[in-house]
Design a protein around this ligand. Structure first.
Ligand SMILES: NC(=O)c1ccc[n+]([C@@H]2O[C@H](COP(=O)([O-])OP(=O)(O)OC[C@H]3O[C@@H](n4cnc5c(N)ncnc54)[C@H](OP(=O)(O)O)[C@@H]3O)[C@@H](O)[C@H]2O)c1
Length: 281
């Protein structure tokens, strides 16, 4: 039986991933901030998957909590086979308007959180010749105005994961980047929209917020596509470097990777000007 550890399992993709692997018959270590106290989150799964679901509190930015979880996993199971670094959130706004502590915390959760958990669990993953899935995003391969810090955190996750893939292949550990487009989880509600009272970027910020709102009310893509997709990938002998989810992300991926750079950026300069500098909405 495989042992699977999921970060940020209290909501969205993380919770769906935990459910998908439990349904498949795996043992799931669901982790999240203060999860042990948040009894409602896995209320029904607790009785259905008794013994195969372990709920542990783990804030990915808190090294002591990550070490505690590793100790507990080692004592109880002696291994993990799959690590899913899913925990994350979005900080949106113009760089000049963001507070220093907001900037650092974005990197702390999305990037250093992934580093913390991966580093501490690598000895166990090497033993089991395990698999690691790191959540990136469509914003992990294309920059976008008003999202510079979120993009930077996900680009950093991409660099980390691509590099580790080569470093760990000789030790039997495989890594894969998960690159979803827009899915309706709690991501939208937990976004930190940061702006200043009298900002030079007020128009761009407002236009982006409106655009985000418009996109969010469109027919949603199903987040279970991603959770079921990761379950399917986990059963493959060889993991791809990256997996893109969603029509929006697939379209962006094609644009970004198959258009010559000068055409792509020329096009984006025009599109961004049109979207972000529009006076009325
Ligand atoms: N939804 C999308 O459209 C989309 C697209 C591309 C990529 N992603 C990525 O997908 C991942 C999951 O997001 P989601 O869409 O499922 O959003 P979500 O529903 O808001 O879930 C985010 C999860 O991350 C957890 N989290 C945040 N900070 C944490 C920390 N310091 N330590 C531990 N857990 C923490 C949250 O815990 P709490 O319950 O404690 O807040 C929550 O469980 C993120 O990495 C996100 O960047 C999402």
């Amino acid at each position: 039986m495989r042992t699977v550890l999921v970060t940020g399992a209290t909501s969205g993709f993380g919770k769906l991933i935990a459910q998908a692997f439990l349904n498949h018959g795996d043992t799931v270590i669901a982790t999240g901030r203060n999860l042990k106290e948040r009894k409602d989150i896995f209320y029904s799964e607790r009785s259905s998957f008794h013994g195969r679901l372990v709920e542990l509190s783990m804030d990915v930015t808190n090294i002591n909590e990550v070490k505690e979880v590793e100790k507990e996993v080692l004592n109880r199971f002696g291994k993990i086979d799959i690590l899913i670094n899913n925990a994350g959130y979005g900080l949106f706004g113009a760089l000049e308007d963001l507070k220093d502590e907001e900037i650092r915390y974005q990197m702390e959760v999305n990037f250093f959180g992934t580093v913390n958990v991966t580093k501490i669990f690598l000895p166990l993953l090497r033993t089991s010749k395990g698999k690691v899935f790191n959540f990136s995003s469509v914003f992990g391969f294309m920059g976008f105005p008003m999202t510079s810090l979120y993009c930077a955190s996900k680009f950093a996750v991409e660099g980390l994961t691509e590099s580790l893939r080569g470093e760990l292949a000789p030790h039997g550990v495989q890594l894969c980047l998960i690159e979803p487009g827009g899915y309706r989880t709690n991501f939208g509600t937990s976004l930190n929209w940061s702006s200043k009272e009298e900002s030079t970027y007020a128009l761009q910020f407002r236009n982006y917020k409106n655009l985000h709102q418009k996109i969010s009310t469109k027919k949603p893509q199903q987040p279970s596509e991603v959770s079921n997709g990761i379950l399917k990938l986990s059963l493959k002998k060889h993991l791809p470097m990256r997996k893109v989810y969603g029509k929006d992300a697939t379209f962006s991926h094609l644009l970004r990777n198959f258009l010559p750079s000068c055409i792509y950026f020329g096009l984006m300069d025009m599109v961004y000007k049109k979207i972000f500098m529009r006076e009325s909405n």
